[in-house]
Design a protein. Structure first.
Length: 136
C-alpha cells in the first residue's frame, strides 16, 4: 500500500510540474545589422568638407523573423524631424539577408548630419545604426 501511495504521489507531482510549466514567450529578437567596413566604406562618425561624398553599406540578416523593410533617414543639426532618404520593402527572396550601399553627399553648409539606417522584421522588431557626419 505504501508503494502505491509513493507512485501515486510522484504521478501527481509530475503532472503538476508539466501543467504549471511557464509558457515560452517570443524573445522578440531584432534583426542583425552591421555596417560594411574597409575600402570605400564609412562605418562610423566622420568629419567631412562641404559636398564630400561617402559610401555607407549595411548587411542585415534575420535572427528570428524574416526581414521586412530597410529605411535610411537623416536629421540636420539639432532638428528632431527626420527626412526619409531611402525606403525599401524587401521581397520574399530577400527576407533572410539583405545588403545595400548608399552614397551620401554632404550638404553645402557647415553643421551636423545624423544618418539613421533601420531594418525592420516581420514581427516589428527594429535595429537601427547611426552615423553622425560633421560638415565643416
Amino acid at each position: 500500500m505504501r508503494n502505491i501511495k509513493i507512485v501515486f504521489s510522484l504521478i501527481i507531482i509530475t503532472a503538476l510540474l508539466i501543467c504549471c510549466k511557464k509558457k515560452k514567450t517570443d524573445a522578440r529578437v531584432p534583426p542583425n545589422v552591421v555596417f560594411k567596413t574597409g575600402g570605400i566604406y564609412t562605418s562610423g562618425d566622420k568629419t567631412l568638407n562641404k559636398k564630400d561624398t561617402i559610401t555607407v553599406g549595411i548587411t542585415a540578416t534575420k535572427t528570428e523573423d524574416d526581414l521586412k523593410s530597410y529605411n535610411v533617414s537623416y536629421y540636420y543639426d539639432a532638428t528632431t524631424t527626420s527626412t526619409t532618404f531611402y525606403n525599401y520593402v524587401l521581397t520574399a527572396g530577400e527576407a533572410t539577408s539583405y545588403s545595400n550601399d548608399i552614397k551620401i553627399i554632404a550638404r553645402n553648409q557647415t553643421g551636423t548630419e545624423k544618418w539613421v539606417f533601420s531594418v525592420v522584421d516581420r514581427d516589428g522588431n527594429i535595429t537601427q545604426k547611426t552615423i553622425v557626419l560633421t560638415v565643416q
